[in-house]
Ligand binder design. Structure first.
Ligand code: BGC
Length: 260
């Protein structure tokens, strides 16, 4: 299926899992099943391109693909991607994903994809004045800044360093599972992160996505915040849906060929 308007394949490349689905762009939801593959250890661009090809074939999709990546798309390479291999940093690393005869992908940072999905299909409140900070808690901590209805890409707030190291290292979804953090222990680590961002950026609201969206009530209720916090409207599928939106917008020429 590839009619270029109503549906689009979106893929979310995580540090643990690569998942993809055909997205119904009018409804902002999955049009079919979600297809997943484990991310290989030290996954290289060609490993990921091959996985995208398999997912596209399983979904019966041909044509351009929207791909959300866990790092900053910087010209021909990907930076700040500690959960993939260093091969992504080499010039030209992204060529195999973009090649029309390969994955033919439109690329976007994974947290920005989640933010784009929220902007497109989420709470209408995101269109009002002010700054919404979207934080995705998965293998890493991703961030998207939504300002007056626009996405400000590549914010990388999870790299902020607190007194016990970077918040991505101590308070991500991976830290919760590998260290078996209770909601109280997690909140003790995450609270200074939110406090710091509140002081620096004065957001008017927070949205939490990634794996933590499935346990949002247990964890987020422990935070002490002065502004409202909600779970990502599209939950764990926000990256897949946002990747599909990025590809469809690129096709229509609304935001250039890619979102950087
Ligand atoms: C990367 C971000 C990404 C986040 C979530 C971080 O390690 O630097 O670009 O959004 O992980 O995957």
């Amino acid at each position: 299926m590839s009619d270029g308007t109503a549906a689009q394949l979106g893929i979310d490349v995580g540090g643990t899992t690569i998942k993809g689905a055909v997205v119904d762009l009018a409804a902002g939801d999955l049009a079919g099943g979600i297809h997943t593959e484990p991310t290989p250890p030290e996954a290289s661009p060609s490993d990921v391109a091959a996985a995208i090809g398999r997912i596209a074939a399983t979904a019966g999709w041909s044509g351009p693909v929207g791909v959300a990546l866990p790092g900053v798309i910087d010209g021909s390479c990907l930076r700040h991607a500690p959960n993939l291999s260093s091969a992504w940093e080499e010039n030209g690393a992204l060529a195999c994903l973009r090649a029309p005869e390969g994955a033919n992908a439109v690329l976007i940072n994974d947290a920005d994809a989640a933010g784009l999905a929220e902007l497109t299909y989420g709470d209408a409140g995101l269109d009002r004045d002010g700054l919404t900070i979207v934080l995705t808690f998965g293998t890493g901590i991703g961030s998207a800044l939504l300002h007056n209805g626009d996405l400000i890409a590549n914010s990388e707030l999870g790299g902020l360093v607190g007194s016990n190291g970077s918040f991505e290292e101590i308070a991500s979804g991976r830290a919760i599972s590998s260290e078996e953090l209770s909601p109280v222990e997690w909140a003790r680590r995450a609270q200074p992160f939110f406090d710091e961002l509140e002081t620096m950026l004065n957001p008017s609201r927070w949205v939490v996505g990634g794996g933590l969206s499935e346990n949002f009530d247990r964890f987020a209720s422990r935070l002490r915040l002065s502004k409202p916090i909600s779970v990502a409207h599209l939950g764990v599928h926000a990256g897949v849906v946002g990747a599909a939106v990025a590809a469809s917008r690129a096709g229509r020429g609304r935001e250039g060929s890619e979102l950087r």
